[in-house]
Design a binder for this molecule. Structure first.
Ligand code: C2E
Ligand code: MG
Ligand code: MG
Length: 649
């Protein structure tokens, strides 16, 4: 027989008559000899006692129901419960058998009971009425048969052990199911990479907060902070995806340890919405300003250097803040608002946090509209280049033209280059547009050359976006286009805006070096607006700088020019040429010339203009709708000869 537990079977005898106890002890404590079959088995296969467990009973006596109850309680407390109890029906002066059984089951519901009776005190159906229909109860008529009693004791004790074993097994299974369910729930709610709450759960938490705020408005504010890492793609592109993943994990860790742990949901209220986008729920703040303060602090924390596989990496983040208000329809809308504000923060120069307002949505709609139109324009190549002269400031002789992109979209509000190029940069169209500019500029240079005496064709300067330079094939494509149109390196100048150059990206440096080796000049555009970093000037093969027009525009009086003087001195020491942009008056020209600024461009010298017919040797006005031609100002069509532009008086 296979047993589920070792140890003796425990039998409780409850009877007021001592002789009955003697009888039961004889039954259980002196087991009958082995059956003849077992004896034969023993002869054939040897002594089975080594692998068959010995059947041992331990008999306990109680003479009254109450005493039995005490013993059952003790057994329970010691975790050595009785397997079966043989209970007499009549036990004066105490409880009768039925009462005793009820009391015992109250304490030990699994106790298997044999009710022993000599008289038919109750009919069987009456007994069932009193004790309920149950498989825990058997009836043994006195005087009882010993073997019958033994087998009952054995079977019931064994049954009780199996019940206990099955229950323990169930409990273990339930525990495993609970653990597994918890693990699955954690997986379903958690972002795999970072361990933060995922988008769905974050939205659910947010929805709950919105409902709470609706019920008790006015006490405090909650806000959602939408965080997006700046230029995360560059980390992926330059250091690899494993490094990118590690960075995201570390960002998540910082967010988690710097945001409040929400006891109600048992986790920090920050989540990863996807990619390099994170969101934090800022709860119960006293106003918008504290919310902005917390947001700023979080961005500062994120900006500290990261150790990525032994390499120090710095990254900034932009964030948008949207306050939960009673009119906010739902969590998704709130996150959208924070996202819109984050987007605007990126537009305004990254690394900052902005609070959502409705005007931002309007601007975003405009952006979406411009993007859609721009896609069509790229497909249909609906762009043109306008050319603005750059002159030697000493004698106003033309040195070259800057090619400036125009999108004559035919709509009332044609987007200006700053606007549509920024959209193009964000939606990934900038490379195609930039390629078109290169081809068009080279084609135009070839045409200029056809209609000029040898050596008299002007050079062209073209603006190149940072995205173009990250492409390892940029320089070879440019060289190919130049070859195709017979353009030589010295005929070209590339203008690159400092803000568009990611630091330390070798592809950019490689591309620019190849361009330099072709004889192309490279100028840092918009100098004086960004970091104006000397490191960048040294690290990349620049040949000149273009002083942003805001530098000139902010000079009201003669002594305001000290910044420009400083930049000129710096450029001289680095042997860089300087083009001053935005010369709008004769006075500005004179001052710049006297300060020794070699080159310049601006409306006073000549506006950007379309070169409609190279054979005419005249520049017609740019777009007739152009806002660049203020009323009363002479247009570039006044130029008699492109090689000697006439400044507007
Ligand atoms: P940028 O390269 O600094 O170009 C000079 C901008 O100043 C041009 O604006 C030009 O029209 C304007 N400008 C010139 N003289 C004056 C002046 O005296 N007063 C004032 N107020 N403005 C003057 P535009 O054409 O709107 O271009 C804006 C920017 O768009 C450019 O700034 C350049 O960064 C970018 N861009 C233009 N064309 C291209 C292109 O083909 N590719 C790329 N990647 N960027 C381009
Ligand atoms: Mg430029
Ligand atoms: Mg510029």
């Amino acid at each position: 027989m296979q047993r589920v537990s070792s140890g003796p079977y425990r039998i409780l005898i409850v009877d007021d008559s001592p002789s009955i106890h003697e009888d039961f002890r004889r039954v259980f404590e002196s087991l009958p000899a082995l059956s003849s079959l077992e004896a034969a088995e023993q002869d054939l296969f040897g002594d089975p006692s080594s692998d068959k467990p010995e059947i041992v009973f331990e008999v306990t006596s109680a003479y009254q129901g109450a005493e039995a109850l005490t013993k059952v309680k003790e057994a329970q407390e010691r975790h050595r419960p009785f397997g079966a109890a043989f209970v007499d029906m009549r036990m004066p002066p105490g409880w009768n058998g039925v009462q005793t059984i009820r009391e015992l089951w109250n304490v030990d519901p699994d106790l298997q009971i044999v009710l022993c009776t000599a008289y038919s005190d109750y009919r069987w159906d009456e007994l069932l009425d009193r004790l309920g229909v149950t498989d825990r109860l058997l009836l043994l008529k006195k005087p009882f048969d010993r073997v019958e009693a033994l087998l009952m004791g054995l079977a019931l004790s064994e049954k009780r052990e199996w019940i206990a074993a099955a229950r323990a097994h169930m409990a273990r299974l339930e525990e495993r199911v609970r653990e597994r369910t918890a693990a699955l729930q954690y997986q379903a709610e958690t972002d795999r990479l970072t361990g933060l709450t995922n988008r769905e759960v974050f939205l659910q938490l947010l929805q709950k907060r919105i409902e709470v705020m609706r019920q008790r408005p006015g006490h405090s504010i909650d806000a959602v902070l939408f965080i997006d890492l700046d230029d995360f793609k560059i980390v992926n592109d330059t250091l690899g995806h494993a490094a990118g993943d590690e960075l995201l994990r570390q960002v998540a860790r910082r967010l988690r340890s710097n945001t409040r742990h929400d006891l109600r949901v048992g986790r920090p209220v920050c989540g990863r919405l996807g990619g390099d986008e994170f969101a934090v729920l800022l709860e119960e703040l006293s106003g918008v300003e504290p919310a902005q303060h917390v947001a700023q602090r979080l961005l500062q924390v994120l900006q500290q250097p990261y150790d990525i596989f032994g390499r120090s990496v710095r990254i900034r983040a932009s964030a948008g803040l949207a306050v939960v208000d009673a009119r906010c329809p739902d969590a998704a809308e709130l996150v959208r608002r924070a996202d819109v504000a984050m987007y605007e923060a990126k537009q305004e120069g990254k690394g900052r946090v902005l609070l959502f307002d409705e005007a931002m949505s309007q601007r975003l709609w405009r952006r979406v509209e411009v993007e859609q139109r721009l896609r069509v324009a790229v497909q249909e190549q609906r762009f043109r280049l306008a050319y603005q002269p750059v002159v030697d400031l000493n004698n106003l002789h033309l040195t070259h033209y800057e090619a400036l992109l125009r999108w004559p979209s035919g709509e009332d509000e044609s987007p200006l280059p700053d606007e549509f190029l920024s959209v193009a940069r964000q939606c990934g169209l900038i490379e195609s547009i930039g390629n078109w500019v290169i081809v068009e500029a080279c084609r135009q240079l070839a045409r200029f050359r056809q209609h000029r005496p040898p050596g008299m064709a002007p050079r062209l300067s073209i603006n190149i976006a940072g995205h173009q330079l990250v492409n390892p094939d940029f320089a070879s494509h440019l060289a190919e286009t130049m070859r195709h149109h017979g353009v030589t390196g010295p005929e070209l100048i590339l203008e690159v805006t400092e803000a568009e150059l990611a630091t330390g990206v070798t592809t950019i440096a490689d591309n620019l070096e190849i361009c330099r080796s072709l004889g192309i000049e490279i100028q840092m555009d918009d100098f004086g607006t960004g970091a104006s970093s000397l490191n960048q000037l040294r690290a990349l093969p620049f040949t000149g700088i273009k002083l942003d027009r805001t530098c000139l525009a902010t000079c009201r009086e003669a002594n305001d020019y000290s910044l420009i003087e400083g930049i000129l001195a710096l450029a001289r020491s680095l042997e860089l040429t300087v083009v001053a942009e935005g010369i709008e008056t004769e006075a500005q020209w004179q001052i710049l010339r006297d300060l020794g600024c070699p080159l310049g461009q601006g409306y006073w010298i000549g506006r950007p203009a379309f070169h409609a017919d190279p054979c005419s040797r005249r520049f017609p006005a740019e777009e007739s709708t152009s806002s660049e031609v203020p009323p009363g100002t002479a247009s570039s069509s006044d130029w008699a000869d492109v090689s000697s532009p006439q400044p507007h008086q």
